[in-house]
Design a protein around this ligand. Structure first.
Ligand code: NAD
Length: 256
């Protein structure tokens, strides 16, 4: 059980982040939810999670594109046993047309935020004598696809940073690993299906199988519960010697 541990999950008012936070709470951890918005519904998510799993939960607004906000998130939480760097955005364009502001935002949110949160969280983990850094990378942290230069650079970058943090903490009761999901059916992915169906004159089922899951041999989406379960496993005693590596949850994508 993760009772008594506090898990901070960045970008967790939707999708994989919320799924990971839910599995952490189910395992008994207190959780800190985060995103850049500060709406009643964000805080309500934390209340619901606390009520459902009998843990303490709160929502802390912080913009992961800003270094000071990233560090303030950890400081405000005051305790961080499990850090899940999940916040991420995507933009798709050929490199010569790639908007510079999108490049900068993707590198900031998908990569640099984890540098800041990790730097702020490690002293707390050392003080507590236990810690887990879990970075949500991607199959695109290990392989590439055209038109996603910023995302793929950031995801390869975070895999490299994961290995470095693992080496810097190797002799301590702290591990750092990256989870590399293939396609997960989150609101982000779901939103693209109707338009793609129109564009290719396909049914939504055909889009899922032939376009989105083209690279995923299982032809099934991974679920947010599976990503969350993998994160909980990385916090278990069985995973104590697992550090500086990647775990793919991608239906065979990286075996191709
Ligand atoms: P999502 O859009 O549902 O979730 C992204 C989360 O990040 C949201 O909670 C959003 O509010 C938050 N976020 C965005 N910008 C932020 C900012 N500036 N500050 C703080 N929070 C911010 O998407 P998702 O699919 O759940 O993606 C979550 C992570 O998983 C991302 O890092 C993504 O790259 C990765 N991933 C997703 C898939 C997939 O198929 N969905 C596959 C591999 C990896």
């Amino acid at each position: 059980s993760l009772k008594g541990k506090t898990a901070i999950v960045t970008g967790s008012n939707s999708g994989i982040g919320l799924g990971v936070a839910r599995e952490m709470a189910r395992a008994g951890a207190d959780v800190v939810l985060n995103s850049f918005t500060d709406r009643d519904e964000d805080h309500k998510l934390a209340e619901e999670l606390a009520a459902e799993f009998g843990v303490s939960a709160r929502y802390i607004q912080a913009d992961m594109s800003k270094g000071a906000d990233c560090r303030a998130l950890i400081e405000t939480a005051g305790r961080c046993d499990i850090l899940v760097n999940n916040a991420g955005i995507q933009h798709v364009a050929p490199i010569e047309d790639f908007p510079v502001d999108k490049w900068d935002a993707i590198i900031a949110i998908n990569l640099t935020s984890a540098f800041h949160t990790t730097a702020a969280a490690l002293p707390m983990m050392r003080k507590a004598g236990w810690g887990r850094v879990i970075n949500i990378a991607s199959a695109h942290g290990l392989t590439a696809s055209p038109y996603k230069s910023a995302y793929i650079s950031a995801k390869h970058g975070i895999v490299g940073m994961t290995k470095t943090v693992a080496l810097e903490t190797a002799k301590e009761p702290i591990t750092a690993n990256a989870i590399c999901p293939g396609y997960v059916l989150t609101p982000l992915v779901e939103a693209q299906i109707p338009d793609t169906a129109k564009k290719y004159d396909m049914t939504e089922e055909e889009v899922k199988e032939k376009v989105i899951l083209e690279r995923q041999p299982s032809k099934e989406f991974a679920t947010v519960e599976q990503i969350g379960g993998t994160a909980v496993f990385l916090c278990s005693d069985a995973a104590v010697q697992i550090t500086g590596t990647t775990i793919s949850v991608d239906g065979g994508w990286t075996a191709l």
